[in-house]
Design a binder for this molecule. Structure first.
Ligand code: MCN
Length: 808
């Protein structure tokens, strides 16, 4: 990659692997994370958490803690109910307080908080709080929860918090007419992103203004803002929320409603002193509201003898844990890739969102699309085998073809651009040239020989779509009744633009401000690259800073793989505005018409003369801040009639469709059940690559997380007691360099016709496409033994079990 300041005049920085500005400070220890924020007089908070999955709280005795000289404050539910509000939940009808109200609903649920001079003392004080419980039977299994008499929330009267059936086309007809109906059950284990930096907050209260300043390493301040204002019972402008420039990863997990933000703010108000809280690793893994989808799918595919897919029936249960938090709409996002890369018109989609006595869900890279793609590809494999068609050939026959693009899937979303069959062909070529030949990992002779030794190899390709760039407010669909949805007009569905500001500094360099937060994606570099091109400067001439929540307009922010598209569009817009503003300033200065001046490579020139002004000279002339500009880039779906139908029905619209064809070469040891990925080939299309090095980094990280979900990671629970079984890194197995194969990556580019720069979102790829690819490759490897990877993670234990069952 190029050094950020490389002299590359006359060349475009967009599309180049410009090194990330962020990395120097991260690698040299100069980055500022939440734990580095320590205002004078700062105290620390510890949380007393439930040790039971389901229990009535009979009594919370805080006297020993309160009597202790080191204890600054204890807060219980009574204190909260006296002065604050419940926090908004993801669905109506659930009253959630930041501390358990009378009943604990998962192991780790906060019951009280204690504040002391430092975390050690605070933990000691927390130990002095004595909670008396009356234990209840826990609801642990999501499938059983639907019928169970034991209720997680008695007032709700059911553990099924949401359920919906949506039909597109004529699925009944398709299933009645088709030659075959193939069905399968596929399970996706509870996994999540596990960022290096756990979640944390530093809250300060200003008594004079009755206002709060809250620093927290959250992913989207826009989502947390509302919950914090409402919970504290203050107007929005009295709560300033600031996300540090450096967040040590989020992957969606830091998006949702986090009680610790509210609790630290309340404690800061009560004490009149700053209060800090940063989760330790156990808290992060068990109680930090940071698990994601746990789904059981029952799917059916209707096909004809010739291998044409006719209809799809998707039914699943998603075990959401104890509270239906904001990302309840994860059950809907799969609608944006409903039929993946296949042309199927008649589909039914139904789900039950159930509550159990487990940690509540948050978002995780993929936002519920990853399990859908996995289950669908499993079904396609099962169907191919039942129809006795080669699984690759079966896929190929049903792919959306290039001449069909842009292609509208039944649920209304549109795939923008690409060549899916071409990508399958290219991957075949790559495998033929490198691995299916002599000496290759899939050399038929080697495969046969390894099989005799008990090691089964295989690979399976498929085209996996990654939806990118959400922005419409389909997110609150669950809160809206059917009639309201049917009567919704296009105007009711907000599209959130991306805001960017910039100005010229006295030295002629440019300062730009992002309105949203980053967690490691490299957005500062992205804006610097794009703006450098727009202004004819070097990326190192562009400094990029962040606005805080009060300064920034309410935006959606960095989620749903949208910033490459939104920020590149905003950078182009702000660059154009800045060029115009500078040209106008120069024209005024020279007393000539605007048409008589032009902007070129960091200077404004006066035509027909040798006169020109540099940015520094213009900045000096600019005493009215006329070169401070801002721009709002419109979401690509805005103004697209094709998207209207989906939007007005509040179906998820994701206007970019990046995709990957993966070929993980897996080897299963049929004795131990262990699966090793020997090599991972991947061919990817994200349209215009703005920074190939970042794109590849995103894919590497995503594939690692996808491998974890496919083979290793799982938040298991004891089925009897509801105790979490993975609360340390010894039990929650993250992939490391030891587990990661070499990744051979190639790119193809079909720029999106819908976006300013042709870019498509990529931030969730890998996690969306790797699990399905690995599972189907296992299916290929174990085909002779009749075993499939029908439950993820396909751990050695599960694989062994399936292999033994198949033997019988
Ligand atoms: N990019 C590019 N060209 C493209 C597309 C993307 O160069 N055609 C680059 C962009 O420069 C951008 C990055 O790739 O910096 C990711 O862009 P995009 O796909 O738009 O995703 P977002 O920037 O909106 O980031 C969100 C996305 C999501 S949803 C999760 S989850 C996730 C992810 O990003 N969390 C991450 N990647 C992460 N990476 C890090 N390091 N940490 C996280 O928490």
């Amino acid at each position: 990659g190029h050094e950020a300041g490389d002299e590359l005049e006359g060349r475009s920085f967009t599309g180049q692997s410009v090194r990330r500005f962020e990395d120097r400070r991260i690698l040299t220890g100069e980055a500022e994370y939440i734990h580095d924020v320590t205002p004078p007089g700062c105290l620390e908070m510890a949380i007393v958490r439930s040790v039971h999955a389901h229990a009535n709280i009979v009594d919370v005795d805080t006297s020993a803690a309160e009597d202790h000289p080191d204890c600054e404050l204890v807060l219980t539910i009574e204190d909260l109910q006296e002065s604050y509000n419940p926090q908004p939940c993801g669905l109506e009808g659930y009253e959630e307080w930041s501390l358990a109200d009378g009943k604990a609903r998962f192991v780790g649920e906060p019951i009280a908080v204690v504040v002391a001079a430092d975390r050690y003392l605070a933990e000691d004080m927390a130990d002095l709080v004595n909670v008396e419980y009356e234990t209840l039977d826990p609801v642990v299994d999501g499938m059983d929860a639907r019928e169970s008499d034991t209720l997680v929330h008695e007032d709700a009267g059911t553990n099924v918090a949401d359920n919906e059936r949506i039909a597109f086309g004529d699925p009944d007809g398709a299933f009645a007419d088709a030659d075959h109906v193939v069905e399968g059950t596929y399970e996706w284990g509870r996994v999540s992103g596990v960022p290096l930096e756990t979640a944390g907050v530093v809250a300060q209260y200003d008594e004079d203004g009755d206002s709060f300043h809250i620093d927290c390493n959250i992913q989207l301040h826009t989502l947390v803002d509302d919950t914090v204002y409402e919970t504290l019972g203050r107007p929005a402008d009295r709560v300033e929320l600031n996300v540090p420039a450096d967040v040590g990863g989020s992957f969606g997990t830091k998006i949702a409603i986090h009680r610790y933000c509210n609790l630290a703010a309340m404690a800061a108000e009560q004490l009149g002193r700053p209060v800090k809280f940063v989760e330790d690793r156990i808290e992060n893994l068990q109680g930090g509201d940071m698990h994601c989808s746990e789904r059981t799918y029952e799917m059916r595919l209707a096909c004809d003898d010739d291998g044409t897919m006719r209809g799809l029936d998707v039914w699943f249960v998603d075990d959401f844990g104890a509270w239906p938090h904001y990302p309840v709409n994860q059950v809907l996002k799969p609608l944006s890739v409903l039929t993946n890369s296949y042309a199927i018109d008649d589909v039914v989609y139904e789900y039950d969102l159930v509550l159990t006595n487990k940690t509540a869900q948050t978002a995780y890279r993929g936002f519920g699309v990853d399990p859908h793609q996995y289950a669908l590809e499993m079904l396609v494999d099962d169907a191919a085998r039942e129809l006795d068609i080669d699984p690759t050939e079966f896929r190929r026959r049903n792919l959306v073809t290039p001449d069909q693009l842009p292609y509208r899937i039944p649920s209304g979303n549109i795939y923008d651009s690409g060549d899916y069959p071409g990508a399958m062909d290219r991957m075949d070529e790559i495998l033929d040239e490198n691995e299916r030949c002599e000496g290759g990992l899939l050399d038929p002779e080697t495969v046969e020989q390894r099989r005799e030794e008990g090691f089964y190899r295989g690979t399976q390709t498929a085209v996996l779509i990654e939806p990118g760039v959400s922005g419409s407010d389909w997110t609150d669909r669950q809160r809206t009744d059917d009639e309201t949805i049917q009567n919704r007009s296009r105007e009711d569905v907000a599209e959130l633009p991306e805001h960017l500001r910039a100005e010229v500094k006295p030295d002629g360099t440019v300062l730009a401000w992002l309105a949203t937060d980053s967690s490691g994606q490299g957005h500062q570099t992205l804006v610097a690259q794009l703006l450098a091109d727009e202004l004819g400067l070097l990326p190192s001439d562009i400094e990029v800073d962040y606005l805080d929540s009060v300064e920034a307009p309410t935006e959606y922010g960095s989620a749903a793989s949208r910033m490459a598209v939104m920020l590149s569009g905003a950078s182009v817009g702000v660059g154009r505005q800045l060029r115009d503003a500078l040209a106008e300033l120069a024209a005024d200065h020279w007393g000539v018409d605007r048409e008589a001046v032009s902007y070129r490579d960091g200077r404004v020139e006066r035509s027909g003369t040798d006169d020109s002004l540099s940015l520094a000279e213009l900045a000096e002339l600019d005493d009215e801040a006329r070169t401070h500009v801002s721009y709002d880039y419109e979401h690509p779906a805005t103004g697209f009639p094709e998207f209207d139908d989906a939007l007005t029905h509040k179906y998820p619209v994701y206007p970019t469709a990046a995709y990957a064809v993966n070929a993980p070469i897996v080897e299963v040891d049929v004795e131990t059940g262990e699966v090793e990925v020997l090599k991972f080939y991947t061919l990817r299309d994200c349209g215009t690559m703005l920074n190939p090095m970042i794109v590849e980094g995103q894919a590497h990280g995503g594939i690692a997380q996808g491998l974890g979900a496919a083979l290793m990671e799982e938040f298991g629970y004891d089925q009897g007691s509801g105790q979490p079984q993975a609360i340390t890194m010894f039990d929650y197995l993250l992939p490391s360099t030891k587990n990661m194969p070499d990744i051979e990556m190639e790119h193809t580019s079909h720029p999106s016709p819908f976006t300013e720069t042709g870019a498509k979102g990529v931030g969730e790829g890998g996690m969306i496409d790797a699990p399905a690819a690995i599972a189907c490759s296992i299916n290929d490897a174990l085909e002779p033994l009749g075993v499939t990877a029908d439950k993820l993670p396909f751990t050695a234990h599960r694989a062994r079990k399936r292999l033994r069952e198949a033997e019988e």
